[in-house]
Design a protein around this ligand. Structure first.
Ligand code: PA5
Length: 446
C-alpha cells in the first residue's frame, strides 16, 4: 500500500485537518455514490475490479501479435491518450527502454504536438523495420493525433498492402462516436473501447494505457491488481485514508496562500509520471479561477536548476516528494580507487540508493529551513503492482481534492478555447466569422 507522511508540514495542525471533516464526508459520498458534479465520469473508481475481461484478453492477444510482428510500435495520442502509458513504461523500464528489450518493439509516442520535424525523425527510425500503430483518441477528432495518423497512414501505404496495413493498425476510441471509430470500421482495424464514463486523464487503466503498456512487456494484470488492492485498502480506511488526507492538505496549503505544488521525485525514470500528475491535477482542478499549479521536478538533477527557487525564491510553493521506501533492486555501488583523486573514497562501497536518500533527506531539511514545506508519498517497490497502487492513490486524491476545492474535477472546458481560435485561424469550415476578428487582433503579432 502507498504510505503518506506529513510530519514535515509544520504549519498544519490536526485541528486544521479535522475542520475539513464534513466537507471530506461530502466529497467521499460524491465519489462513492456518484452524486457529485461530473458524476458520469466516475467509471475509473471501480475500473480495477470491474473491467471488461473479454476486452482485456483481446488486449493481451493484440500485444503478443504486435510484439511478434513489429520492430517499432507507434503510439499516436495526446494528453490523457498517451501520458499514462508513457509514464508507466518509462517508470518501469527507464527512459532508455528502446533497443534495450529483447522481442519487444521500440515504442515511440507521436501525435502529441504539431511538430513535423519530430514526426519526420520518428518515421526515419521506422524505415526498413516492421511497424505497428496504436492510434488512441476518445473523441476521435483531436487535431494533433489526427494529422499524425494521416501522415502515418500515408507512410505505411507505401510499405504495406491495404490488408497488411489494416492488420497493423489498432484503434482505441469511443464505442460508437467520432471520426476514428468510422475510419476503423471502414478500414477494418481492430478496435478497443474507451469507456464512456472514464475521462482521458483517468484512463491509464483502460485500453488507452493497457495496450501500449502490454506491448512493452509489462504485466498489465499486476498493474490492475495493485490498483484494486489500493482501492480496497483506501475505501476500507474510510475518511481517514491517506489519499483523502493528501487531498485535504493540498487544500489547506492553497488556503495558506501557496500557489504551486511541486511534485518531486529522486528517480529520473519518474519524469513522465510527473507529466501524468500535472495533467491529472491541472486539468481536474485548474478552473473557475481556482487551484494549485502542479509542477514537477526530478531531483537531484533539478536541484541544480530549480533548487535555488524552491530553497529561496517567492514563497508560493510546497513540495510533495514521491519516493521509493526500500533500497532499489537494481543499483550500483561507488567503487574504491587507490589514488582517490576525486576525494570520493569516503563513499567507497556505498550504494547509489543510499547516496540518493541522503540527498533527499538533506534537501528536505534545507527546504524546510528555507520555508518550503514537504509532504511525502512512499511506494514499496518499483514494479507493476506497486505502480498500480500509486496511480489509484493519486487518482482518488485528485478527485477528492477537486471536490474539496468546489470544482467539477472531471470536465475541462478551458481546453476548448485555444482549439476554437486555432480552427478559425486555420480556416476550418464553420469558423469563418471568428477568423477575421482574430486576424485583426493578431496584426501586430504576425
Ligand atoms: O484528459 C483529457 O480529456 C484530455 O487530455 C484528452 O485526453 C486529450 O485532449 C485527448 O483527447 P482525445 O482522446 O479525445 O483525442
Amino acid at each position: 500500500m502507498i504510505s503518506f507522511q506529513y510530519s514535515h508540514l509544520r504549519s498544519v495542525t490536526d485541528a486544521d485537518v479535522q475542520a475539513y471533516r464534513d466537507r471530506l464526508a461530502q466529497a467521499d459520498t460524491a465519489i462513492r455514490e456518484k452524486t457529485g458534479a461530473g458524476n458520469d465520469f466516475l467509471g475509473w473508481v471501480d475500473l480495477p475490479v470491474a473491467y471488461d475481461r473479454e476486452e482485456f484478453a483481446r488486449i493481451r492477444a493484440a500485444a503478443e501479435k504486435i510484439r511478434r510482428e513489429s520492430d517499432v510500435l507507434l503510439v499516436i495520442g495526446i494528453g490523457g491518450s498517451y501520458l499514462g502509458a508513457r509514464a508507466v513504461i518509462e517508470f518501469l523500464q527507464g527512459a532508455y527502454y528502446n533497443g534495450k528489450r529483447k522481442n519487444t518493439p521500440d515504442i515511440y509516442f507521436i501525435g502529441n504536438s504539431f511538430n513535423g520535424e519530430e514526426l519526420k525523425n520518428v518515421l526515419e527510425l521506422c524505415d526498413g523495420r516492421d511497424v505497428s500503430v496504436n492510434v488512441i483518441s476518445k473523441s476521435g477528432t483531436t487535431t494533433e493525433s489526427a494529422i499524425a495518423f494521416r501522415i502515418v497512414r500515408e507512410y505505411l501505404s507505401k510499405r504495406y498492402t491495404p490488408e497488411q496495413m489494416a492488420s497493423r493498425i489498432y484503434a482505441t476510441t469511443d464505442k460508437s462516436r467520432g471520426a476514428l471509430r468510422k475510419l476503423a470500421e471502414t478500414e477494418g482495424y481492430e478496435t478497443f473501447v474507451i469507456p464512456d464514463d472514464v475521462g482521458g486523464r483517468f484512463s491509464v487503466l483502460t485500453p488507452v494505457g493497457l495496450l501500449p503498456i502490454a506491448c512493452a512487456g509489462i504485466d498489465v494484470a499486476a498493474l490492475l491488481e495493485g490498483a484494486a488492492a489500493e482501492r480496497e485498502a483506501l475505501f476500507a480506511a474510510g475518511l481517514d485514508n491517506d489519499a483523502y488526507r493528501y487531498a485535504v492538505l493540498r487544500n489547506l496549503m492553497l488556503e495558506r496562500g501557496k500557489k504551486v505544488e511541486v511534485f518531486a521525485s529522486y528517480d529520473p525514470s519518474f519524469r513522465f509520471l510527473g507529466e501524468w500528475y500535472k495533467q491529472l491535477f491541472g486539468e481536474s482542478e485548474g478552473k473557475d479561477k481556482k487551484g494549485l499549479f502542479p509542477a514537477s521536478v526530478v531531483y537531484s538533477s533539478d536541484l541544480h536548476s530549480l533548487g535555488q527557487f524552491v530553497q529561496d525564491g517567492s514563497p508560493i510553493l510546497f513540495e510533495t516528494v514521491c519516493t521509493l521506501a526500500h533500497p532499489a533492486s537494481r543499483d550500483m555501488n561507488v567503487p574504491y580507487e587507490e589514488q582517490n583523486a576525486d576525494g570520493l573514497n569516503y563513499l567507497a562501497g556505498e550504494a547509489m540508493y543510499r547516496v540518493n536518500k541522503k540527498a533527499m533527506l538533506g534537501t528536505l531539511l534545507a527546504h524546510e529551513q528555507g520555508g518550503t514545506e514537504t509532504l511525502l508519498i512512499r511506494y514499496g517497490a518499483k514494479d507493476a503492482r506497486t505502480l498500480g497502487e500509486l496511480l489509484y492513490f493519486l487518482e482518488l486524491a485528485c478527485a477528492a481534492s477537486g471536490y474539496l476545492l468546489g470544482v467539477n474535477p472531471f470536465n475541462q472546458p478551458g481546453v476548448e478555447a485555444y482549439k476554437k481560435n486555432m480552427f478559425a485561424l486555420l480556416g476550418k469550415p464553420g469558423y469563418e466569422e471568428q477568423r477575421a476578428s482574430l486576424e485583426e487582433q493578431l496584426k501586430t503579432v504576425q
